[in-house]
Design a protein around this ligand. Sequence first.
Ligand SMILES: Cc1cc2nc3c(=O)[nH]c(=O)nc-3n(C[C@H](O)[C@H](O)[C@H](O)COP(=O)(O)OP(=O)(O)OC[C@H]3O[C@@H](n4cnc5c(N)ncnc54)[C@H](O)[C@@H]3O)c2cc1C
Length: 294
Amino acid sequence: MQVPSHVEYERATSVEHALSLLSRHDTRVLAGGHSLIPMMKLRLAQPEMLVDINRLTELSYIKLDPGQLRIGALARHADLLDSALAGQYFPIFHDAERVVADPIVRLWGTVGGSLCQADPSEDLSAAFAATRATAVIRGADGDREVPVREFHLGPYETVVGRGELLAEVRVPVQPGTGSAYEKVARRVGDWSVAAAGAVLQLDRDNVIAAAGIGLTAVGAEHFVAAEAEAYLRGRAPDEESFTRAGKIAAEHCHPVADQRGPEDYKRHLVAELTTRALRRAAERASRPKRKKTA
Ligand SMILES: Cc1cc2nc3c(=O)[nH]c(=O)nc-3n(C[C@H](O)[C@H](O)[C@H](O)COP(=O)(O)OP(=O)(O)OC[C@H]3O[C@@H](n4cnc5c(N)ncnc54)[C@H](O)[C@@H]3O)c2cc1C
C-alpha cells in the first residue's frame, strides 16, 4: 500500500481545540508527520481523523526555569540541535540530534512526535531516559506528569490516552553533571544499530553521586540500563568503573538479531558505547561550564 485510507483532517487553532478534537473516537495528533504518514501509507495506522498541531506555536519552545530545562512537544529536532541552552546544560541532546536522521527529517520532526511514536530505536527516548526527564501530558482536566522512564508501554505504545497530548518534556538540571550520547548506525542518517546515552553527576569528592544510562535499539526495558546505573553510584569516575558498567549494560539488555546485525555484535556495541558515553560525560562533568544565554 502506498496511499493512506480515507482520513478527516482538522487544523487545531489552540491547545484546547486540539484536546476537544482528540476526545473523539480514533483521532491522532499530526506533528511533523515523518513517522505517522509513512505508517498510514503502509496502512499500519488508519486513524479516522488527524489533528494537525503545527500551528500551536505555544508548544514550541526550549527554555530554562529554575532547576529544569523545559522543551515544548512541538520543538523540532533542529530547534533542539540549535539551542545553545540545551547544549550548555545537556550536551547529550546535541550529540543525539546530530545523528537523528537527516536535516530534512530534523527540520520538521518534533521532540513530542519522537517520544510518542515510541519506536524501540528512537534516539531521544534513550536520551530523555538517561536524563530522568518528565513528560507533561495535557488533557481536558489539566496536566499530569509521568517520568519518561514510565512513558512507553511497549513498542509504538505510550501512556498518552484518548483526549490527551504530550505538551512538554522537563529535564532536571543538577550541579556537577556531564552527559554524552554515542551511536553506531550502518550509514549516516540511519537508525541505530545500538546507541547509549549517559548522564553522570559527580560530588565534591569526585565520586559518582548519580548515573543515568539510556540505551536504544537493544531491547532495554524502558530504554534504561538500571543495573549499570546502580553499579556506578558511589564509585570513582574512572576507566575500571566505566568498562564494568558497559559490560553490565550489555548483559542486561535484550537485543534481537536483524538486518542491522546479530545479537552478540549488538551486545558488544552496548558495552563499548556505554563506556565511551560515560567517559565523555565524566570529562564534561569536571569541565567548568561557560555561560550562555540564548
Ligand atoms: C528517513 C527517516 C530517518 C529517521 N531516522 C531516525 C533516527 O536515526 N533516529 C531517531 O530517533 N528517529 C529517526 N526517525 C524518526 C523521526 O525522528 C521521527 O519520525 C519524528 O521525529 C517523529 O516526529 P514527528 O513530529 O514527525 O511525529 P509524527 O509522525 O507527526 O507523529 C508520530 C506519532 O506521535 C504522535 N504524536 C506526535 N506528537 C504528539 C504529541 N505532542 N502528543 C501526542 N501524540 C503525538 C502521532 O499521533 C503519531 O502517532 C527517522 C525518520 C525518518 C522518516
